[in-house]
Design a protein around this ligand. Structure first.
Ligand code: HEC
Ligand code: HEC
Length: 484
């Protein structure tokens, strides 16, 4: 007994000496025991800067080999006058038939460029973000996607089912035939839509539930074609008869500054609106400086160990990169991942068939475009219908997508959404059957995997996107309210 305690005491003594030596304790007043019990903070740089990549860094560097994840270059900065016009339009409810909705109502800078709701609330609702209430309004079938980085050239398709697309040669595919193809009949409009983002932005204006309103309510809703809706909106903005009848004079000034080459106000069309909205969204919602970008740039301290472990999983065993590939964590393709269906849906029975609706190809059923994961921490609820209201739940879905669909916890939804979960067994079986081959078998997530993956996803947040209240203008040219 005595001999054992002797060796044990010697062992403890050696350990203490070793620890002191490793910590450089000999010169650290907090450890030196000079009788002064108040520890003095060490001066100068971090006493242990660890310039060498850790084993984890080395592991992550290896996992990223050939994965093409370098930080993308930002596109050229659009002209200030164009962005100023775009900002006014983005926040102005004048763009909606009943003067009650702006783009910002569903894509607000303070709620991650979305609305914090599982699915958006359209005409008839009131309020902003998660405080928005349905009242006697209508639910939109899908979750409002974030606008972060959507001005980058690789985002050439818009909406969850990519029903708006801009091809490399500039030709468009949209729900409006007059804009489509190499020789569009409305070429004066189409030629101004220089990005998919610009082309997308003129379509919420034509949707009765989103911005237009219902027939009998206003002149935009009463128009009989998209082209007429857009013309009626231009009359509201710049007036008719070369700006001498109606319109808002502050808009005439903004349009003129943004497009100095246009001399006659009657020559402004919805393409100018789209181009300005696209430029504003592009510049405002760029988010390319996350801890992951900083790590890629060589700062090995920018990410936590958990985030690094998550990244090793993401680009390795968990196979996330197979769809969330490249610098923006998306392949821009469509996949079915067996997400539970929540909300009113796009079909009469509450279903949402995703990409299939556009192509009619049975292989595309229940497919949605892979979302970029940049700033994903700020853009919940997640998935095309906001079915998951925590990022951990969205990630846990991948452990076993079919089980996650079958055992879906409706309790995570708002009271408004809970009764709107599709529990039809046949349709849920069809969702399970459509599951992408990439997820068969699904990655086996265990231990801390989900937490580590979430830590990595959080390392994709650009800090500047966390507080964007400064983006909201104090007023808009129409004088309609901005902050509600
Ligand atoms: C009522 C809420 C609402 C309003 C108002 C609204 N949006 Fe949206 N937005 C959505 C929803 C929901 C979707 C997804 C619809 C879908 O995929 O079918 C969407 C999709 C988008 C997308 C596609 C993003 C992507 O990644 O595919 C962009 C860009 C966008 N909106 C910009 C705008 C602009 C610009 C305006 C104003 C002109 C606007 N939105 C008005 C709800 C809204
Ligand atoms: C087979 C392709 C595929 C694989 C593999 C994949 N994803 Fe996804 N991911 C998608 C698609 C498609 C969606 C949108 C589905 C929908 O809304 O119905 C999505 C959505 C998400 C979302 C929600 C994003 C948002 O903005 O709503 C997160 C988070 C996510 N994936 C993380 C991951 C992680 C983590 C992994 C690896 C464990 C992974 N994904 C593997 C295709 C994939």
């Amino acid at each position: 007994m005595r001999e054992r305690s002797f060796w044990f005491a010697l062992f403890l003594g050696l350990m203490a000496m070793a620890l002191t030596a490793c910590g450089g304790g000999g010169t650290d007043p907090a450890v030196a025991g000079n009788g002064n019990t108040a520890p003095t903070p060490p001066e100068g740089p971090d006493p242990d800067p660890d310039p060498q990549p850790s084993a984890l860094d080395t592991q992550l560097l290896a996992a990223l080999q050939g994965r093409n994840v370098d930080t993308p270059a930002a596109p050229p900065t659009p002209a200030t006058a164009l962005v100023d016009l775009g900002r006014a339009l983005f926040f102005d409810k004048l763009l909606s038939g009943n003067r009650n909705m702006a783009c910002a109502t569903c894509h607000h800078p303070t709620t991650g460029s979305g609305d914090d709701l599982s699915v958006s609330i359209g005409q008839g609702g009131s309020g902003l973000g998660s405080a928005r209430v349905l009242a006697n309004g209508v639910l939109i079938p899908r979750n409002a996607p974030p606008l972060f980085n959507k001005g980058l050239p690789s985002f050439d398709q818009m909406f969850w089912d990519s029903r708006v697309r801009r091809n490399a040669n500039g030709s468009l595919v949209t729900p409006e035939p007059a804009l489509n193809g190499n020789n569009p009949t409305a070429s004066d409009i189409a030629s101004l839509l220089d990005t998919a983002l610009a082309a997308q932005s003129i379509f919420p204006l034509t949707s009765p539930a989103e911005m237009r309103g219902d027939p009998g309510e206003n002149e935009l809703a009463d128009a009989s074609t998209n082209l007429e809706v857009w013309e009626a909106l231009m009359a509201r903005l710049v007036g008719t008869n070369n700006g001498t009848e109606g319109g808002v004079s502050a808009y005439r000034t903004l349009f003129q500054a943004a497009f100095p080459g246009v001399v006659d106000f009657d020559a402004f069309n919805i393409g100018h609106v789209g181009r300005a909205l696209g430029a504003y969204e592009d510049l405002t919602f760029r988010a390319l400086n996350s801890p992951f970008d900083q790590w890629l740039g060589g700062d090995r301290t920018a990410m936590t160990d958990a985030a690094k472990r998550g990244a090793v999983l993401f680009y390795g065993r968990a196979d996330c990169f197979r769809c969330h590939e490249g610098p923006l964590q998306t392949d821009n393709r469509h996949h079915a991942i067996a997400v539970p269906q929540v909300g009113p849906g796009r079909e009469a029975n509450g279903d949402d068939l995703g990409r299939f609706e556009q192509t009619g190809d049975p292989d595309d059923v229940y497919q949605f475009r892979t979302p970029s994961l940049r700033n994903v921490e700020l853009t919940g609820p997640w998935m095309h219908d906001g079915a998951y209201t925590s990022l951990a739940n969205a990630v846990r879905h991948y452990d076993n997508p079919v089980r996650s669909l079958q055992n879906y916890n409706t309790g995570q939804l708002s009271a408004l959404m809970q009764p709107l979960v599709d529990t039809d067994a046949t349709r849920n079986q069809a969702r399970a059957d459509a599951l992408s081959g990439v997820l068969r078998p699904a990655p086996n997530l265990r231990g801390n995997d989900v937490a580590d993956l979430v830590a990595f996803l959080e390392a994709l947040t650009d800090d500047a996107s966390r507080s964007m209240a400064g983006e909201v203008p104090a007023s808009v040219p129409s004088g309609l309210p901005v902050g509600e």
